[in-house]
Structures are given as C-alpha cells and as structure tokens.
Design a protein around this ligand. Structure first.
Ligand SMILES: *[C@@H]1O[C@H](CO)[C@@H](O)[C@H](O)[C@H]1NC(C)=O
Ligand SMILES: *[C@@H]1O[C@H](CO)[C@@H](O)[C@H](O)[C@H]1NC(C)=O
Ligand SMILES: *[C@@H]1O[C@H](CO)[C@@H](O)[C@H](O)[C@H]1NC(C)=O
Ligand SMILES: *[C@@H]1O[C@H](CO)[C@@H](O)[C@H](O)[C@H]1NC(C)=O
Ligand SMILES: *[C@@H]1O[C@H](CO)[C@@H](O)[C@H](O)[C@H]1NC(C)=O
Ligand SMILES: *[C@@H]1O[C@H](CO)[C@@H](O)[C@H](O)[C@H]1NC(C)=O
Ligand SMILES: *[C@@H]1O[C@H](CO)[C@@H](O)[C@H](O)[C@H]1NC(C)=O
Ligand SMILES: *[C@@H]1O[C@H](CO)[C@@H](O)[C@H](O)[C@H]1NC(C)=O
Ligand SMILES: *[C@@H]1O[C@H](CO)[C@@H](O)[C@H](O)[C@H]1NC(C)=O
Ligand SMILES: *[C@@H]1O[C@H](CO)[C@@H](O)[C@H](O)[C@H]1NC(C)=O
Ligand SMILES: *[C@@H]1O[C@H](CO)[C@@H](O)[C@H](O)[C@H]1NC(C)=O
Ligand SMILES: *[C@@H]1O[C@H](CO)[C@@H](O)[C@H](O)[C@H]1NC(C)=O
Length: 750
C-alpha cells in the first residue's frame, strides 16, 4: 500500500522468499476466519490473520482508509498460509461492540472481550491475544489495557485543523516482561522495559516500534508517524502524533523460542538479500580523503603493506556544492581512472558519501525546486537546516520522482565511473539529523531549544510520515542499484548503501545501518554493544559502526588522537571487537599530534609500530572467517536468524541466570553476545585490561551433554553456567567457541 513502484519491488521480493519457505504448512493450523470487523460507534476495527501465528489489526475513526496509506509490512507476508495475507481489508464476520468472537491462526488466538465481562451491558469491547500451547492451554500474551475509567486503550484525539488525528494504543504488560528491539538508542539496554522512547530520528538514535517480548510475542506498530513508545509497569503504549489509520501486527512463538519469533516477525517485515562476498572483508574509511591523488596513494599504501581491504570510502565535502551528487572535478579529475587504479592495486570497491541536502548554488537546485523535489516547511518553501555556511533543503525521499532524480545523478556521476556503493549520511530526515538546528553554526549553541523544522513532504508532514524518510532514502539507492543491474529486490546484492538511519523492514534493502557519530571513549565503545543487539532484535542484521568511534570527546584530551597511547589502546580494543560484527568498518574524524595529510590518518599502520601487527592480524582473521560469515548471512537471509545474538536468544531455556541478568540489563547481557551459532564475543571495554571476566552461559541440561566453551586463544575448555576470568592482553579479544574451530572456519555450523 505504499509508494507504487516500491510496492511492486516489495512484492517481487516476497515471491523469492516464499520459495524458500522451509516450514511445512500442511500440518499447520490454518486460520479459521478471514477476519472480523468490529463496529464500535464511530470507530471501526478490522482484525485479520496475517502470516504464521499472526494478526494484523487496522482501526480508524469515521473515515475508512483509502488504500494509499504508508505501510512497512510485507503484503503478503514472506511466509504463512495463503489465506493469512491481509492483502486487503477482508473479513467474514461483523460484530458489534458487545459480541464475543475468536479467531485462531496457527498457535495464536485473538479474542474480543468486554472489560466488564462478556454479556455485560458495556460497549467497551477489547482485543486480547493468546498463545495456544502444545498441551492445549492458553497463555495471555497481551490485551488492550483497559482498567475501569482509564483513558480508552484505543484513543484518538484531534488537535489540528484537519482530519488527521493523534492516537494512543495501550496494551497490558506485567512487571517481569522483557522488551527487545525498538531500533537503536545509546542506553546500554537490551531490555527496554521501563523506557519511554521518542519516535523521532536523530544521529545515533533510530527508534523503531518493533519488539520481541519475553512473553513470547512480537509486535510491530506499523506507522510512519512520529510519536512515542512507552514500556511501563502495567502498560505498553504506542502513539502516533498525526495519522489517518492505526495499523499494527502481532505474532507469537513458543516461550523462549526467539528464532521462531524473529522468523515470524521477519516474514512480516521482509528478509535480507545476500550481501556481496567482498563486503564481508575489511571496509576502510576516514574523514576524509580529500582528492584523487590522496585516494590513489591510499590504495597504493594498502598494496605496499600487503594488507587486504575490500572497500575504500570517499567522505563528505567531496562535492562542489551540496546537492550536486557528483564529485568535485577540481579534486577528482578522472574518477573512472581512479576506480580502475584502486581496483588494480587492492581489488577494493569504492563507496562515496552523499548528503540529502541541496544548496541554492547547486546545479540541481533550480530543477528540483521547479519540479517539486525538495522538502518544504509548514511556513512555506523554507529551508530546513544549514551547513558549512549555506542554507539547505533536503531532497524529498518520499517522492518517487525525486528518488529517481537523485539516482540519475548518482548513476551518471558515480556508478558509470566505477563507484557503485553509496553512503547515505545525514539520512535521518527532517533536517540534517542533529538534535539541533543550524548544523553548521553549532560552535556556540549546540542545542537550540526550538522545535525541529516542521517539514512538508510529498507523502505528508514530518509528524505524520517523518519515520518514512530514511527508509525511502534507502529505497532510492535500492531501486537505483536494482535498475542499474537489472536485478530484483531479494536477489543477491552487487553493491551496497550505508545508512545512518532506517526503519521497520530496512533489512530488505542492500543496505547496512551504522550506529552513527559516536564519541571515541570507552563508555561509547561499551554502549555500542547493546545498541547493536537492539538493532539485531529489530530485524536489522546488517549493522556496523565506526571502529574507534567517530569524533573526539572534547572533555577527554586523548580522545580520537592517533598519536596518544591512551587512544591507541581504545582503538585496538574497538577494532578487534569489530572483527565479530556483521560488517567490519573503520571510520573516524581523527585527531593527531603529527599531521602529514589534509586530515589525520586512520589507516591500520597509523596506530604505532607495536599495534600494527595486532590490527592487521584481526583484518586477516576477518578474511579467514569468510565461510562462517557467509553461512550466518545466508541463514539470516532465508529465515531471519539473527547474526548478532543477545544471550537471551540462545540460552533463555537452558540458563535461568541469563533470563535474570537480561531482566536487569546486567553488563553480562549488554556486553556479551553470540556472533552466529558458535562464537561468544565479549569486547574489552575498559583500559589497561590484561584479563577479563566473562560469563559462560549454560548451553543445555548437563545430563543432555551440555557443550563446553573453548577459549579461542588457549584452547582451554570450560563448562557453561559460570564466570571465568581469562587472559586478555591487548592482542586478544575475549572470544570463545562452541564445537571445533575447523567447523567455524569451514562455515559448517548449521
Ligand atoms: C505451503 O502452502 C502453500 C500454499 O498453500 C503451498 O504452495 C506450499 O506447497 C506449501 N508448502 C509446504 C511445505 O507444504
Ligand atoms: C484457508 O485456506 C485453507 C487451504 O487453502 C482452507 O482449507 C481453509 O478453508 C481456508 N480458511 C478460510 C477461513 O478461508
Ligand atoms: C450485537 O449483536 C448481538 C448479536 O447479533 C445482538 O444480540 C445485540 O443486540 C447487538 N447489540 C447491539 C448494541 O446492537
Ligand atoms: C476458531 O478456533 C478457535 C479455537 O479452536 C475457536 O475457539 C473459535 O470459535 C473458532 N472461530 C471460528 C470463527 O470458527
Ligand atoms: C443490562 O441492561 C439491562 C436492561 O437495561 C438491565 O436489566 C441489566 O441489569 C443490565 N446489566 C448490567 C450488568 O448492568
Ligand atoms: C582518464 O584517464 C584515462 C587513462 O589515463 C584517459 O584515457 C582518459 O582520457 C581520462 N579521462 C579524462 C576525462 O581525463
Ligand atoms: C588495470 O589492470 C588491467 C589488467 O592488468 C590493465 O589492463 C589496466 O591498464 C590497468 N588500469 C590502470 C588504470 O592501471
Ligand atoms: C527504476 O526504474 C523504474 C522503471 O523504469 C523507474 O520507474 C524508477 O523511477 C527507477 N528508480 C530509480 C530510483 O531510478
Ligand atoms: C591532495 O591531498 C593531498 C593530501 O592531503 C595534498 O597534499 C595535495 O596538495 C592535494 N592535492 C590537490 C590537487 O588538491
Ligand atoms: C560489570 O559489572 C560488575 C558489577 O557491577 C563490575 O564489577 C564490572 O566492572 C563490570 N564490567 C564492565 C566491563 O563494565
Ligand atoms: C592505565 O595505565 C596507564 C599507564 O600505566 C595509567 O597512566 C592510567 O592511569 C591507567 N588507566 C586506568 C583507567 O587505570
Ligand atoms: C588451538 O587449537 C587450534 C586448532 O583447533 C590450533 O590451530 C591452535 O594452534 C591451538 N592453540 C593453542 C594455543 O594451542
């Protein structure tokens, strides 16, 4: 129901994914209704079976949806019985505000109930969702939260001059429920219970209303609007500030079976394609290689040092004006030649940064203004931000013609010249994605307490569709790359984008998401772990970060300074950890005491002679893990099986300590994770460490032959269910494996 061309692409993706359905649906309980429609005064609620074990709920006051509403859900879902597609508002039953009704889809039930009990005179009919367990019993997953005389759990209000309304939907929870996912925040939390999270995008903050619950259900608030998610003691609540339709989906899995739950969720939000093999190697970047000479020298240096590299990146301000979407020919005179030399020297691909911003001086400005390809503001065709002394407007990613215009520039100026990967920076939407305006003039005032620009788009206002912006921006590159290569969504990717933001279902694009502009201090290194695990639980397997942090913390003198030993240590710890991330990507805006380039160095050989062999050894290890990486990316693509795995994924049913530690966000669960099925990774997140304490989860009932953990660097084996302290000199990241090392290297792990 989205942007027409996108929908076509999305549908073709699901065809491919359907062919991969491994679940036997012959034995599966098919939905015993195509849906019901509840008429409740001015309000209509339609509930339909959706995917395996799922339901999709759409509701509206007064006016039915027109079919053009934005949706991030696969329609039909990637897997599921054919009559659980929710492709239109179909239903076989109509009920009024007092009737009891039940639908079963697989092992999930939706029931209507009255807050005062069935048969009462109340018209407060609510929805409740249950899981049908193997023994025939039913477990309440959640229901519409409706204590007597409280705000209606399906709440609508009108504050503006038009029809669009504010809505708040409340669902019951229990104090021990754990909430995983919700996109990314920088909060050290894997369990989001107790949090209220603004659904507004900023640099490093990609709030996304999709979660897995420890009660055994998954939930998606399918709205492009800004709003809030709230995970309280008794109530979970989702709000949209401005919308015309309420739309959410819920699915369940047996308690503790999070792989099935993620499979159900990703059948609704889309599966990832396969990344190009080269992208699983070492990806290198800095702010910034300034010109063609310097860039070719970079490739020459990698060649001379004999260090493998798979991607070299050209950062921002490589253009003459924002919105040119072309390299400045004064600095990059012969791009195709450069790409060929880089390829010949290193085999590496090239990625170039693009910003969404357009300044008046750009050649493209007039065309885009005339054709309506620029976002505007409520107060007129206003500018939305400024950068580097120029006021700017962002291109309107929600407009298909604007996406096409953007791509035609990228295609002509980069793609045809051999640069086929695109870094979509500042992609958060609204303005340039910082939590303040006047981006380029932030030296004196870093947080202006004014509201963010109230931007207008082709698809709606910032409030009503702001969460679409980064997703549509990823889609622009996806559509362009697919057009250029004659391939369809879902097929393996030839090249990639790298995005600072995303949304529900972003994993279906050939696009990595990185954790944004982080600071180069230990605390930030540690915060990235939980952020990555939340990204994974949201469905974004293709997550990465800036090795070493992006920018200096101004209060820490050594921060980001490549010539300071304190920073070099942080860098080495961060780099060795990143070997065990979906993508191993080095980037930063470094400081230095001795400068020999336009900006400070960030190459593997610039962190001191003692450290270079360590850094290089992890780059080499990354390439040795190629088979393992391909295996886990393939599983992610076919079943949604998460790559970075919070401990609760694998050990909830075998180790009660893991459940308890996740509840409290203990640092075991926010600092340790499984990378694929065999590797337990615990980055060192403090300076001067020579040893490290790691909790080894219990892998199974001892009587059933629990597998031991092997420390990668010593081959000493340990039983699960205990803390161990292992040697962790600077050259060793605490890494354990299950099974044999040979299986890890061969990728024979499923
Ligand atoms: C699942 O159902 C679909 C549609 O009814 C059918 O085409 C497919 O063969 C079934 N798959 C299995 C494994 O039974
Ligand atoms: C759903 O589909 C199955 C198989 O195609 C069929 O047997 C069943 O009657 C359908 N149920 C409904 C409610 O349409
Ligand atoms: C709701 O429908 C039931 C069953 O058809 C009927 O008995 C009841 O009177 C209806 N209630 C109202 C308020 O219309
Ligand atoms: C669907 O199945 C459930 C569980 O077996 C049952 O309670 C319910 O009445 C059925 N609903 C319909 C519409 O057949
Ligand atoms: C429901 O309404 C009927 C008719 O007005 C009344 O007799 C009955 O007591 C009411 N029931 C309740 C539980 O209020
Ligand atoms: C780029 O370099 C190649 C190889 O040296 C040369 O053939 C070509 O003419 C150059 N193109 C431009 C635009 O300078
Ligand atoms: C790259 O290598 C190929 C094959 O050896 C060679 O033909 C070509 O001239 C080289 N290109 C450049 C720009 O060096
Ligand atoms: C991709 O091609 C289709 C069909 O020609 C076109 O409608 C669409 O605008 C293109 N997308 C982009 C981003 O160029
Ligand atoms: C290119 O960058 C290098 C390194 O920063 C610098 O020394 C050189 O002057 C630059 N060359 C041009 C043509 O700008
Ligand atoms: C983890 O928490 C324990 C207890 O609070 C603390 O002693 C330890 O230093 C922490 N470890 C890290 C890496 O933060
Ligand atoms: C780490 O060791 C260095 C050198 O011995 C010392 O200066 C520094 O204070 C230590 N840092 C911490 C956090 O202990
Ligand atoms: C550990 O075992 C692997 C083979 O599984 C071997 O290659 C490696 O050298 C051993 N390491 C140590 C420290 O013994």
């Amino acid at each position: 129901m989205l942007l027409n061309s996108l929908l076509v692409a999305v549908l073709s993706c699901s065809v491919i994914a359907n062919a991969q359905a491994a679940l036997s649906n012959s034995t599966y309980f098919r939905p015993n209704s195509t849906g019901f429609r509840l008429q409740h005064g001015f309000e209509t609620v339609v509930v339909q079976p959706y995917g395996y074990d799922g339901f999709r709920v759409r509701a509206w006051p007064f006016r039915p949806p027109n079919g053009n509403e934005i949706s991030f859900l696969m329609d039909p879902p990637v897997e599921g019985p054919s009559n659980a597609t929710a492709s239109a508002l179909t239903y076989d039953t109509t009920i009024n505000g007092t009737q009891f009704f039940v639908i079963r889809n697989g092992n999930t039930l939706v029931k209507t109930y009255s807050t005062l009990g069935v048969g009462d005179n109340t018209t407060q009919v609510r929805l409740a969702f249950y899981r049908l367990n193997g023994d025939g019993s039913q477990t309440l997953l959640t229901n519409e939260y409706a204590p007597l005389k409280a705000l209606n759990p399906r709440y609508y209000s009108w504050n503006g001059p038009g029809y669009e309304f504010f809505t708040a939907y409340s669902f019951s929870t229990t104090s021990d429920e754990q909430i995983y996912g919700t996109g990314t925040q920088q909060d050290h939390m894997v369990n989001k219970k107790g949090q209220t999270i603004d659904l507004i995008n900023f640099n490093t903050h990609i709030p996304t209303p999709l979660f897995m619950s420890s009660r055994g259900y998954g939930f998606i608030w399918n709205s492009a609007a800004e709003g809030e998610m709230e995970f309280g003691t008794l109530r979970n609540r989702f709000t949209s500030k401005s919308t015309t339709l309420v739309d959410y989906a819920i699915t369940s899995a047996p308690a503790g079976d999070y792989d099935t739950l993620q499979r159900r969720l990703s059948a609704m939000t889309g599966r990832a394609p396969l990344p190009p093999d080269w992208s699983l190697g070492y990806l290198h970047s800095k702010l910034r290689y300034e010109n063609q000479t310097e860039f070719i020298q970079l490739a020459q240096n990698f060649h001379n040092y004999g260090i493998p590299v798979s991607l070299l990146v050209i950062d921002y301000q490589s253009w003459a004006h924002q919105g040119d979407w072309a390299l400045d020919p004064g600095l990059w005179p012969n791009v195709s030649y450069m790409a060929e030399v880089v390829k010949n020297l290193t085999g590496a691909e090239i990625m170039a940064s693009l910003w969404p911003s357009v300044e008046d001086a750009s050649d493209n400005y007039n065309t885009m203004q005339v054709d309506g390809y620029l976002s505007a503001t409520r107060s007129g065709p206003g500018t939305t931000d400024s950068w580097n002394g120029s006021y700017i407007r962002n291109y309107d990613a929600t407009n298909p013609a604007a996406r096409s215009f953007l791509w035609s520039n990228l295609y002509e100026h980069y793609y045809l010249n051999g640069i086929k990967n695109f870094w979509i920076d500042q992609a958060d939407g609204g303005n340039l994605g910082e939590a303040y305006e006047n981006n380029g003039q932030s030296n004196y005032i870093t947080s202006i307490p004014y509201p963010l620009a109230d931007v207008l788009y082709h698809a709606g206002t910032q409030m009503s569709v702001g969460k679409l912006y980064p997703w549509a921006h990823q889609a622009a590159i996806e559509e362009g790359l697919r057009n250029a290569t004659g391939t369809q969504m879902g097929q393996p990717c030839d090249s990639l984008s790298l995005s600072r933001s995303g949304y529900i279902g972003s994993q279906r694009f050939c696009s990595m998401i990185w954790s944004g502009d982080t600071t180069a201090v230990w605390e930030t290194l540690s915060a990235q772990v939980a952020s990555g695990l939340s990204a994974a639980s949201t469905g974004w397997g293709w997550w990465t970060l800036d090795i070493g942090g992006f920018q200096a913390d101004p209060t820490v003198p050594w921060s980001n300074n490549i010539d300071e030993d304190a920073y070099r240590e942080l860098y080495v710890r961060w780099q060795q950890w990143a070997t065990f991330l979906p993508f191993m990507r080095n980037h930063g805006s470094r400081a230095c005491n001795f400068q020999d380039a336009y900006t400070c160095n960030n190459e593997p050989w610039t962190y001191g002679a003692n450290n270079t062999p360590i850094v290089v050894s992890y780059i080499n290890l990354r390439y040795q893990l190629a088979n393992y990486l391909k295996a886990i990316f393939t599983q992610f693509s076919t079943t949604g099986r998460m790559i970075m795995r919070p401990l609760f994924m694998d050990f909830s049913t075998t180790d009660p300590n893991v459940v308890a530690m996740t509840q409290n966000n203990s640092n075991v669960t926010t600092q340790q994770y499984m990378f694929g099925p065999r590797l337990l990774v615990t980055p060192v997140t403090l300076p001067n460490a020579t040893q490290w304490s790691v909790y080894l989860p219990q892998t199974g009932a001892a009587s059933a032959g629990a597998q031991p953990w092997t420390y990668w660097w010593t081959n000493v084996t340990y039983a699960g269910g205990q803390y161990v302290t292992v040697p962790a000199p600077l050259e060793h990241v605490p890494l354990f494996h299950l099974g044999t090392r040979a299986d890890v290297f061969s990728g024979n792990v499923f």
